[in-house]
Design a protein around this ligand. Structure first.
Ligand code: HPA
Length: 275
């Protein structure tokens, strides 16, 4: 299999650097149907993914495909409205392209958001969960292949992948706006099919609180190149088999995301200002 070298990622970064003309303070990736946050960004420079050399293109509904650079409070933010998933046919290595591009732009702080299914029986649709850790049962990794030393070491430690410091800031922000947030373990499933009820029982036994089809490949790539990561899941539905007669649909995921978007956006804006 062909792997990318540093110059491959550099090509994307050079193009974006030229277009935005600054070093953003942080990057944020918006999950399914959560792209509305992008409208809060002031003085936006909008770049179509299709214009960025070597950048993938999202193929799923509710993922826009635009990179937006602008101001949130006194922070310069680079926001991905629309992300890529392995179920679209992208390799884990391809999923690392945006993250590695962020790092080459000088960004060291990353917020990853997603829509997720609730596994923890006390969770409810609309809950917001800060990711404390993850479980990934597939052997795929964005770091497969020759290590690119310029990004990081061969065997990175993931003990504080989801930065405890950033989580504490997020918890404080939530408390200040009267928002109750959860904190839990996110388990990666490749999808695109939703999980089976048996898989969800397994996930719960293994210690997962939520399941989803994104975030983990990007988080690993970010940890490898020394970025601090905050992961935020919006619980859009209870996972398979929790409510036995419920059918899972992407529309339900999108509906909850849209219903919760306002509070989710207020929370994120506050966190970004305080980071
Ligand atoms: N499973 C996997 N991914 C998801 C789910 C789910 O139930 N809801 C939103 N993303």
């Amino acid at each position: 299999m062909q792997h990318f070298d540093l110059s491959y990622y550099q090509k994307s970064a050079d193009y974006v650097k030229e277009r935005i003309g600054c070093t953003p303070d942080l990057a944020i990736v918006m999950g399914s149907a959560l792209g509305g946050f992008a409208e809060k960004i002031r003085n936006p420079v909008v770049i179509d993914y299709a214009d960025i050399p070597n950048f993938p293109i999202p193929t799923v509904k509710y993922h826009d495909g635009k990179l937006i650079c602008g101001d949130v409070g006194d922070k310069k933010v680079l926001c991905m409205a629309g992300r890529f998933h392995s179920y679209e046919g992208y390799s884990f290595e391809q999923l690392s392209i945006p993250v590695r591009m962020f790092r080459l732009l000088g960004i060291k702080t990353l917020i990853l958001t997603n829509a997720a299914g609730g596994v923890n029986l006390s969770y409810r649709p609309g809950d917001i969960m800060l990711i404390s850790d993850h479980i990934k049962l597939t052997s795929l990794s964005p770091l497969n292949g020759p290590n690119i030393e310029a990004f990081g070491e061969r065997f990175p430690d993931l003990g504080d992948l989801y930065s405890a410091g950033m989580r504490n800031t997020a918890k404080r922000c939530a408390a200040e706006i009267g928002l109750a947030v959860r904190e839990g373990v996110y388990m990666f499933f490749a999808g695109p099919q939703f999980e089976t009820p048996a898989e969800i029982r397994m996930a719960r036994i293994l210690g997962a609180d939520a399941v989803g089809m994104s975030t983990v490949p990007e988080a690993i790539a970010a940890a490898h190149c020394g970025m601090r990561v905050l992961g935020v899941s919006l619980i859009t539905n209870m996972a398979a088999g929790v409510i036995t007669d419920a059918r899972l649909t992407h529309e339900e995921v999108a509906r909850t995301a849209q219903d919760t978007e306002k509070v989710f956006t207020i929370f994120l804006e506050k966190v970004i200002k305080e980071l």
